[in-house]
Design a protein around this ligand. Structure first.
Ligand code: HEM
Length: 489
């Protein structure tokens, strides 16, 4: 009856559909798709629109109200994930929390993650965050490839937090993780693999002309196995030898219920660990890269942030977490202006539902437009201006009436379980970079400051990331050399 009742309602507005193909030709196929979806919602004057393509039903949510009404208030219906044949089945990532439907395996993995990196427990990782931040500061002093250095020192951090593996021993795992995460980024690019639209193609043999995706999937599957198995095995060996340092995996292994199936619990912990490893690297790298670009483009904001730091830090001191409450401006320098995942990760609705007088068909892919939400004129006047002060009141304290960057971390039961860890890692890195360095443009061949410019990857992607860029990290004081135990020149 529920099905019959809900089917009386119309679908949300959207472009006219062709027979069978639906809106295949209306779905944006070039970069910055989140902007195209904003335009589409404006055109149909609705914060909820519907598209279909080859039998898939897609819903775009363009306001925080719609996203929160559905993904949070009705989260029991809206917390599953669509299947990707390439990523989940052929490459084999279908057993990890981030891709998993809302089943018991997903619930168990989320429990493991939230137990090990809960907002209170996350403090235990502060020393690791500080140590890798200082390594990053040393690398930036002479960096000829900023994104590579950010990637390296973020993967080092996440490998240490997830498995407790550090230093030289971590290097092979870091290499594998960087390569594997890159393949995931490619596999999640919308429309990158026809097999995701026409699933029968998965049966095509590898030697068949045009079946290059099958060879790719086989190689990527090997990387997946290496990334999942190798560091987890080392953590277990270290625990057995009594030499493990606390990590997400070791904490979860220690908390296992010995009266229940151990092998099954270990599989879940292994999957939860590798999910954290995947979820926590590119997102942090891209957020810091965006922040560095924002500082390059906005020297006045950079100076204001550095004045705030200079007020609370003695010369030569580097930031520590205890100073966070005294540095409210620094807390506002990332997250809203250029969100990393502007269309979130797609959710899936598991039952027919009715919202605002529209039918939301069962198995629709739900994409909340986080970009649109974080650039909403009412919540953030002049939304395209990078203006961290908008989050502060007249006394320079955080203004609770301004909506924070929560939507950048997703919605409802699927909200990012690494949010606290991410916020702490980002804060310490951003505060430390600004304490040590003035971020300035390169010097061009005529000895002048090069033009300040910020360019973003223009191709089709789910991840909003800057193109590789160059800038100078100019040490702000000689005292910092001693603190970092290095020479800047
Ligand atoms: C700047 C940093 C980060 C951003 C912007 C970010 C953003 C997100 C977003 C938007 C989602 C999807 C939420 C949804 O579907 O509603 C997500 C999921 C997830 N994130 Fe993060 N994340 C960040 C860092 C991290 C870190 C450090 C970790 C782990 C330690 C992590 C682990 C995960 C996991 C496991 C999921 C999947 C949750 C699920 O499907 O149930 N993330 N993240």
């Amino acid at each position: 009856r529920r099905w019959k009742d809900s089917r009386q309602y119309p679908l949300p507005p959207g472009p006219k559909k062709l027979p069978i193909l639906g809106n295949l030709f209306d779905i944006p196929r070039k970069g910055f798709i989140w902007l195209d979806y904003i335009e589409m919602c404006r055109k149909y004057d609705s914060d909820i629109i519907h598209l279909s393509a080859l039998g898939n039903s897609i819903i775009i949510l363009d306001s925080v109200k719609a996203a929160s009404d559905l993904l949070e208030k009705r989260s029991s219906l809206y917390s599953s994930r669509p299947k990707s044949v390439m990523l989940n089945e052929l490459v084999g990532w279908g057993a990890i929390a981030i891709t998993r439907p809302n089943d018991d395996i997903w619930k168990s993995q989320r429990r493991i993650l939230t137990n090990a990196i809960s907002p209170t427990d996350v403090k235990r990782f502060h020393p690791k965050q500080i140590a890798t931040t200082h390594e990053l500061l040393r690398a930036l002093a002479h960096s000829d490839d900023i994104i590579r250095d950010l990637n390296m020192w973020t993967t080092v951090l996440i490998t240490d937090i997830t498995y407790g593996i550090q230093g030289e021993e971590a290097q092979p795992f870091i290499k594998t993780a960087i390569e594997a995460v890159e393949t995931i980024t490619i596999a999640t690019t919308p429309g990158a693999f026809a097999v995701d639209q026409i699933s029968i193609l998965k049966y095509v043999p590898e030697w068949f002309p045009g079946a290059g995706f099958k060879r790719k999937a086989r190689e990527w599957n090997l990387l997946r196995t290496k990334m999942t198995e190798d560091p987890f095995r080392v953590t277990k060996e270290r625990m057995a030898a009594g030499t493990a340092t606390p990590s997400l995996a070791s904490i979860a292994l220690e908390k296992m219920d010995l009266t229940k199936d151990i092998a099954q619990q270990e599989e879940l912990i292994k999957a939860a660990s590798v999910t954290a490893h995947i979820g926590g690297t590119d997102t942090i790298v891209v957020t810091i890269a965006s922040f560095i670009l924002a500082m390059l483009m906005n020297p006045d904001i950079q100076t204001r942030a550095q004045l705030e730091l200079d007020r609370v830090l003695a010369p030569g001191d580097l930031p520590t977490f205890s100073l966070e409450p005294d540095l409210p401006y620094i807390q506002q320098l990332f997250g809203r202006h250029q969100p990393v995942v502007p269309l979130c990760f797609p959710h899936l609705v598991t039952e027919d539902d009715v919202y605002s007088g529209y039918l939301i068909p069962k198995n629709s892919i739900i994409m909340p437009n986080v970009w649109s939400i974080l650039h909403n004129e009412e919540d953030y006047p002049d939304p395209y201006e990078f203006n961290p002060s908008r989050f502060l009141d007249a006394n320079g304290r955080i203004d609770p009436s301004v909506k924070d960057i929560g939507p950048a971390f997703g919605f409802g039961r699927r909200t990012c379980p690494g949010k606290e860890l991410a916020m702490a890692s980002l804060w310490i890195r951003i505060a430390s970079i600004l304490t040590c360095y003035k971020i300035e443009p390169e010097i061009d061949e005529h000895g002048n400051l090069a033009e300040r410019k910020a360019e973003w990857y223009p191709g089709l992607t789910m991840f909003n990331h800057p193109l590789p860029f160059k800038c100078r990290f100019i040490p702000r004081s000689k005292d910092i050399e001693a603190s970092l135990d290095m020479k800047f020149t």
